[in-house]
Design a protein around this ligand. Structure first.
Ligand code: ARG
Length: 587
């Protein structure tokens, strides 16, 4: 935990380094896990390795430096001892003082506890990226949930985050939908459940397209009219596209996903074609038209073998492709915002595409191409190993899934808490349902396949959101029964001047870890880090709850344990917030 003491020591060390002509900024402290006392440790190997005056091997030199530093900093206030061992500088806190500090700090920072100072970095995270006129289905779920959690994590870690959505609003799927609409549903308006209505029409259009050659032909004619800029079609397109956007918004609201900037594929189609001409003029692309497409043979240009392969950037008939639009989109992003990093949350099957696009941009001379990062994730399996794709009409729509989760959660809540009024039961059920869906999507490593099943998602005793949420509810209920206010600034500073129980030590240890866990999750874009941590923390709280009497403890212990309970509640809530999961008061 980054206490002031630590900062002061680092300052002192920097000063020492300057005086000794050693490089500054090579020292970093990490927490030493509790083993009778808490402490922080800094390895001196990086400093030793970078010391221009080093004689002898790095480990010995690191040890010599550790000893020197030990003399230099003597015993700073708040610590019980300092040691130099095997190339490390270790500082130990006085136990009760440390416990005290952690809990006070959590209360002081409250819902900001764990969050880092601004980094000054601007990061764009593009996620969700659905196609209009098609539904958001279970196959899109992981992207939205992962993307918004990564945004929360980066933001909490101090970055300025721009949440972007890149919508596929043109192409054959849109033409099919509109052509079918005009032929069979002209004048109809979407029902309240926009997504379902749009999806049903899409399935119908797609079926006709495959089964009915006349319809296929009609679509072709429709496509040419569209290409020629038919005004009626354009008007219908704008209107129906908005219907889709309204439908997406309903689901985003349920899931708590937000966007600062929406890009449409149609925004970058023309600029993409212009860019292709530019690539041809520079000799980067090869023109195979009219028989063949325009390509960039990256392996040939780079002298690599089967690494970057060939990127196809324009069809032989001059119409645009997915890749045609990718390049101007990337440029637009960097022109619009001072980005230090441009992250794309896209499934792992598009890895080669993203790798090619970054390389092309690099070859075009854009230095920022290296700041593009493809955050790849794996698919979600439903029970029975159904891989979700939007092909047939059997896909599970996102709102259906949320509805089913809410129904299931509601029956559990009713059973657990029959006295709760129906309105609150429903509110709680929704929080539990959304949490239950979200947690499995982010608790697995991004690049591992998720297998979703209701039993584990809603298992109140397993590694699930409801289990973590329930720990918060327990904490709330203890605090309520004790009559302790959880409002900001109401918790007095307490002393832990008694021998701490093992469960207390473990809980304090976990509470103190949030800032470090956040830092790690942000660095590696891994919400799974926080998901696991939130579970460990909730588990540590439940162990404490089962092993350490709170309400029946005597005076000082009682006060201290209540403060610990509240600090645990705050920390769990903050961790859940990073995952986009809400913590109910009751359950
Ligand atoms: N809309 C595309 C699809 O459904 C995904 C877009 C991903 N983003 C990107 N910049 N290529 O496959």
């Amino acid at each position: 935990m980054p206490f002031n003491e630590q900062k002061k020591i680092l300052k002192k060390i920097d000063q020492f380094c300057l005086e000794q002509n050693l490089p500054v900024g090579k020292i970093e402290f990490r927490d030493i896990p509790f083993s009778g006392e808490w402490g922080i440790a800094a390895p001196l190997f990086p400093l030793a390795a970078a010391d221009p005056n080093r004689v002898g091997p790095v480990p010995q030199h690191a040890q010599a430096l550790a000893e020197k530093l030990k003399e230099e900093i003597s015993l700073p206030a708040g610590f019980s001892r300092v040691e130099a061992v095997r190339g490390y500088l270790n500082l130990y806190f006085e136990t009760s003082q440390y416990a005290n500090k952690v809990i006070d700090y959590v209360h002081y920072a409250d819902h900001c506890y764990g969050m880092a100072e601004p980094t000054g970095k601007t990061v764009m995270v593009e996620y969700s990226n659905p196609n209009t006129h098609k539904p958001l289905h279970v196959g899109h779920l992981r992207n939205v949930i992962l993307g918004s959690s990564v945004c929360n994590i980066l933001e909490a870690n101090g970055d300025k985050v721009i949440r972007a959505n890149y919508i596929g609003d043109i192409g054959l799927h849109v033409i099919k939908w509109m052509c079918n609409y005009e032929m069979y549903h002209a004048g109809q308006e979407p029902s309240a459940d926009i997504m379902r209505w749009m999806a049903d029409l899409y399935t119908e259009a797609d079926r006709r397209f495959h089964d009915d050659p006349d319809f296929e032909e009609a679509c072709r004619v429709y496509f040419s009219r569209w290409d020629e800029g038919d005004k009626d079609i354009e008007a219908l397109w704008l209107k129906t596209r908005q219907w889709s956007m309204d439908g997406f918004k309903q689901v985003y609201d349920l899931l708590g996903a937000k966007f600062d900037r929406v890009y449409f594929e149609s925004d970058v189609e023309e600029s993409g074609k212009v860019l292709v001409e530019d690539l041809l003029a520079r000799g980067l692309a090869e023109d195979g038209r009219p028989e063949n497409p325009v390509i960039i043979d990256l392996d040939k240009l780079l002298g690599t073998k089967e690494e970057y392969r060939v990127a196809v950037i324009l069809r032989s008939d001059g119409t645009s492709l997915y890749a045609t639009k990718e390049l101007p989109l990337a440029i637009m992003k960097f022109e619009e915002y001072p980005l230090d990093q441009s992250i794309y949350v896209i499934d792992v099957r598009q890895s080669l595409h993203m790798k090619q696009m970054s390389k092309v941009l690099e070859l075009m001379g854009y230095d920022w191409a290296k700041q593009i990062y493809h955050l790849a994730y794996e698919i979600v399996n439903l029970p029975g190993n159904v891989i979700m794709s939007s092909r047939d009409g059997t896909v599970v729509l996102l709102d259906d899934l949320i509805r089913e989760a809410t129904d299931r959660a509601l029956s559990i809540v009713k059973e657990k808490n029959p006295d709760l009024n129906p309105e609150s039961q429903h509110e709680v059920a929704e929080m539990v349902a959304i949490g239950a869906i979200k947690y499995p999507m982010i608790s697995r490593e991004n690049t591992k396949i998720v297998t979703f099943d209701w039993e584990s998602a809603l298992d109140f005793n397993g590694q699930s959101a409801p289990y973590i949420q329930y720990a918060c509810v327990r904490a709330n209920s203890i605090l309520k029964r004790a009559g302790v206010s959880t409002e900001y600034g109401q918790m007095p500073s307490v002393s832990f001047a008694y021998e701490l129980d093992a469960a207390e030590v473990n809980l304090i240890e976990l509470i103190a870890r949030l800032p470090m866990e956040l830092g790690k999750a942000a660095k590696e874009y891994k919400p799974s880090q926080i998901a696991t941590y939130a579970y460990d923390l909730a588990k540590a709280f439940n162990d404490f709850y089962n092993q350490c009497p709170v309400l029946n403890a005597e005076d000082e212990k009682r006060t201290a344990r209540l403060a610990l309970t509240n600090a645990a509640r705050i920390t769990i809530e903050n961790a859940l917030h990073l995952l986009g999961i809400k913590a109910p008061q009751v359950m």
